[in-house]
Write a protein that binds this ligand. Structure first.
Ligand SMILES: [Zn+2]
Length: 203
């Protein structure tokens, strides 16, 4: 009886050990953040404010704020360097990520136009997933300072050539004075980065 008990407890311990040792690790999600433009390509500009700088800062904040060990954030550029769209797509497809978010800021002649919007491509084989991510990101990123716009289809090179869900996220309008101020501020960049991270936690 004693031996049997001993054997059972040993078996119990062994099985607990096996459970711990072979517990499947949560599959690591690779998320690519593409800060649009860079180097000689300033993107949209409004006075001193340049789209390339704003999206670079937000991208770097996203990487810095990510504490989830199951999420790996890969930045296509961390500094102010120019990357051809073709190079960006090659890097994305080599990484085979769960999602690529290409960050942009908008500009238009009408300064009352504002808000967060996203583009996805019907030519991307992950169109449905891309669309859902685009909606989710808009919902998460929009706030009191950033109005909510919609998802649109656009045949953009990066979107249609990435072999993964791909979203072009426009985080606001530099032509709108209120959004320009918010997007240029450390507070705004931090809040946008934090909301992207909180979206990534949900997927
Ligand atoms: Zn852009």
């Amino acid at each position: 009886m004693k031996n049997k008990f001993k054997l059972l407890s040993v078996l119990g311990m062994v099985s607990i050990f096996l459970l711990i040792a072979f517990k499947p690790l949560g599959e690591k999600k690779v998320i690519v953040i593409d800060a649009g433009h860079g180097g000689k390509d300033f993107g949209a500009t409004s006075g001193e404010v340049m789209e390339k700088e704003i999206v670079e800062k937000i991208a770097n904040r996203i990487k810095a704020l990510n504490k989830d060990e199951n999420v790996e954030i890969v930045l296509l550029r961390e500094e102010d360097n120019f990357l051809e769209l073709k190079e960006r797509v090659e890097k994305i497809n080599a990484l085979k990520p769960s999602l690529v978010i290409s960050l942009h800021a908008n500009i238009t002649k009408n300064e009352t136009v504002n808000g967060v919007e996203a583009f996805v491509s019907k030519e991307n084989q992950f169109y449905d997933q891309s669309y859902k991510h685009a909606e989710g990101l808009i919902n998460e990123v929009s706030n009191d300072n950033l109005a909510k716009r919609g998802v649109k289809d656009a045949s953009l090179f990066l979107l249609k050539n990435s072999i993964c869900p791909a979203v072009n996220l426009g985080v606001g309008f530099l032509s709108n004075p209120k959004e320009k101020e918010y997007l240029s501020s450390g507070k705004g960049q931090n809040e946008i980065a934090a909301s992207v991270i909180s979206y990534l936690k949900k997927i």
